[in-house]
Structures are given as structure tokens and as C-alpha cells.
Design a protein around this ligand. Sequence first.
Ligand code: CO
Length: 219
Amino acid sequence: MDSLPELFASNRAWAAKITARDPAFFDRLSRQQNPRYLWIGCSDSRVPANEIVGMQPGEMFVHRNVANVVVHTDLNCLAVVQYAIDVLRVEHIIVCGHYGCGGVQAATETRPLGLIDNWLRHVQDVAEHHHQMLAECRGDTVRVDRLCALNVLEQAANVCRTTVVQDAWRRGQRVTVHGWIYRLQDGLLRNLGFSALSVAEAAASYTAALKRIASSEAD
Ligand code: CO
């Protein structure tokens, strides 16, 4: 049995490096976490949430799944959002997709991949909803990238529609929902222009972000 000794070795080196810099780091962190941000992102190994925003353990609460999908019946995701808002009292929820997302791309193809096709059905729904905007695109790469952006927008809107977020807003808790996208080729995040702190703002921001995506390059 391969017990993956290289991972334990690199874990020890990582812990030693942090302790050398800040001897009380783990002790302090073990007592409490106090993140200001909830990150909902793709499981893709090339988009490590903490790392791309330069954050340390304890600074960001994270939920990841294939193609950063937020489904209203997904108890896993909903529990993360509820705990983040009600218990950790995060101030920001960031839905972050990435261009060139394999999950999004698979949703545009007819090739069967197995169980995951059921999950990616949610991304296909996004594609069907915005079928006109996708039809304008010349070339598969541009079309997939546009769908990646539209998917972020729809999933961020879904976060705003959860009872958890709606209840928080109703009681005046400040939670802002953001829609961002990451480019693997340059390591940079882009703001898709979706940012909402209320139901009204979510609707206006959705329309504005959609316009922005529509006016982005289609060829
Ligand atoms: Co992805």
C-alpha cells in the first residue's frame, strides 16, 4: 500500500515553515476561525481558492464543486452558506468560476461522462437560458468562456435567492454576494460586475453584468 509519504513530508515542511515565521500561528488558529469571506468555486486543481488571493488558513471559508454550481436543493452547499452567514458571519460571498472550465465545457458536449452529467445538467440549463448570447460566439473556446462567465452570474444569482441570504438581508446583516472569474493563463481574477447587498441590488446588478458579458468579445 502506498501511504503517500511525500505528502506527509511536504506537510511537515509546510507546518515548520509557518511555525518558524509565526510560532503561535497554529495555536491561535486552533482556538477559532474568523473568516470574512466565503468562496464558492470550482473543484479544478488549478484554482486553489486561498492561494490565488494570497490568503492564509483561517481567512477564507471554502466550498468547491465541479463548475461552481449553486443548486437550491444541494444541502451540502446550502449548509456551507448557512454556517458561513449565521455562525461565522462572513461579510462577503464570492462565487468564482474560471475560463476554460472542464465542467462547463463538458456541459456543452454530447459525449457522456457518467454520473457527473446529472450535475452538469445545471450548467446546460444556463446554456439553454442564454442560448442566444452563446450562438453569437465564433468558435468553441469563446463560447465556452462566455458560458463560464454566464454560469458564474447565474450561480451568484442563485446564492442571492437562497432563504439563508434572503433572511440575512431581511434582518439587516451585511452580506455582499460577488461574481468573479479567474483566468488560468494569467493567474488573474476578473470582476464580472455582479455585486449585491440586497434583493433590489441583485436584480439590477444581474442585468448590468449580463450586458457586460454580452458586450465582451464574441469572436
Ligand atoms: Co472548472
